[in-house]
Ligand binder design. Structure first.
Ligand code: UD1
Length: 357
């Protein structure tokens, strides 16, 4: 079969790496990069480090409001699909690139395969939630990471084409965590010792667009008893400036280490040696689990409920006191059991098999 795969944002490059490699053993793939993320450290570094084939087409869409960005992608993806005429289109996750790919393909009657289907936060104020719902309802193959997602799709009337294949990011961690251990020198570069620091990430619109949330999170992080490494997403850097919060970052006694966004190998190496991870990212909550590192999630809800039920993830929102006491409690926690929640790290093989059947 001939596939068009659509990627555009950082987590999609990480998810495409294992699936592209597996897919190309049997099929042909035409890789389209929408250009949603465009800085070298948000995009190109992943292609270099993870051996992802270079995009066959770069749409150069860049930033904009949701309408502007999604519409520009839609127009350009439709043109590519008219030209390439694939048998199916593969989309990942929940970004504006995902929903644009799903809409363009479905309207041209090209079947869509959605990797990471059936996830819900039940918060329609999150742009990602709208993207997930639309993408799932337009897809022919729905590759769900767990039974919870399968049940969610069934609750919305979607049962045909649903496959519980596990999580593609478990493949990425299986393949790249050992490589990160060999190659990354990030700990030395930052002067950190294994277990001597926390890693944090913040980029969700719900946290960055709201000055009170962002200030609360930064205060909570800066009260931590260890160093906190914060690779800053460009959205967050801009929001800190906009809300006038720079003073929290430069507090004299602060233990915050602010750095530029990292490549995947450095990020994995930092995560696998951290005492705990604090994040509002979906992908990082799972990576923390795969790497056996406790996670504190800076949101009130999560799509990855299994990690919370397993006792490895705790939802704390954006209140500085709640964040600080979650960090303090962390030290008291004994390690809960660690069952494989989202498959065994061989999801790419199962997806390719299902696409072939
Ligand atoms: C997007 C996804 C989110 C995903 C995240 C991963 C949507 C709605 N959201 O959020 O699901 O978890 O990617 O990072 O699609 N920017 C740069 N350089 C870049 C990329 C972005 O400066 O390389 C700036 C943009 O100008 C923009 C901001 O960062 O102002 C946010 O970018 P955007 O594409 O809206 O999405 P993310 O917040 O990254």
């Amino acid at each position: 079969m001939h596939f068009v795969t659509i990627v555009g944002a950082r987590p999609q490059f990480i998810k495409a790496a294992p699936l592209s490699a597996e897919l190309r053993k049997l099929h042909t793939e035409y890789l389209v990069h929408t250009g949603q993320h465009y800085d070298d450290n948000m995009s190109d570094v992943f292609f270099r480090e993870l051996n992802i084939p270079l995009p066959d087409r770069h749409l150069g869409v860049g930033s904009g409001s949701h309408g502007t960005q999604t519409a520009a992608m839609l127009v350009k993806i439709e043109k590519v699909l008219e030209e390439v005429r694939p048998d199916a289109v593969i989309i990942y996750g929940d970004t504006n690139s995902t929903v644009a790919g799903a809409l363009a393909a479905a309207k041209m009657h090209i079947p869509v395969a959605h990797v990471e289907a059936g996830l819900r936060s039940f918060d329609r104020r999150m742009p990602e939630e709208i993207n997930r719902v639309v993408a799932d309802h337009l897809s022919t193959w729905l590759f769900a990471p767990s039974q919870v997602s399968v049940h969610q799709l069934a609750a919305e009337g979607i049962v045909k084409g649903v496959h519980d294949v596990g999580d593609i990011m478990a493949d990425s961690v299986r393949l790249f965590a050992p490589l990160a251990r060999q190659r990354s020198v990030v700990l030395d570069r930052l002067g950190l010792k294994p277990g001597g620091y926390f890693v944090a990430t913040v980029h969700r619109a719900g946290n960055t667009d709201d000055a009170k949330h962002l200030a609360g999170i930064l205060k909570g992080l800066s009260s931590a008893p260890k160093f906190v490494v914060l690779p800053l997403h460009p959205r967050t850097r801009a929001a800190i400036r906009r809300h006038g919060l720079e003073s929290i970052l430069t507090a004299k006694d602060g233990k915050l280490i602010i750095i530029e966004p990292l490549g995947y190998l450095d990020m994995l190496q930092l995560q696998q040696n951290a005492a705990a991870i604090l994040t509002d990212s979906g992908g990082i909550q799972k990576e923390a689990y795969y790497l056996g590192v406790p996670c504190i999630t800076l949101r009130d809800e999560t799509e990855w409920v299994e990690t919370v039920e397993a006792g490895w993830n705790r939802l704390v929102g954006a209140d500085p006191q709640v964040i600080a006491s979650a960090i303090a409690d962390m030290a008291l926690l004994s390690e809960p059991p660690h069952p494989p929640l989202y498959g065994d790290g061989y999801t790419a093989e199962r997806i390719v098999e299902a696409l072939w059947a």
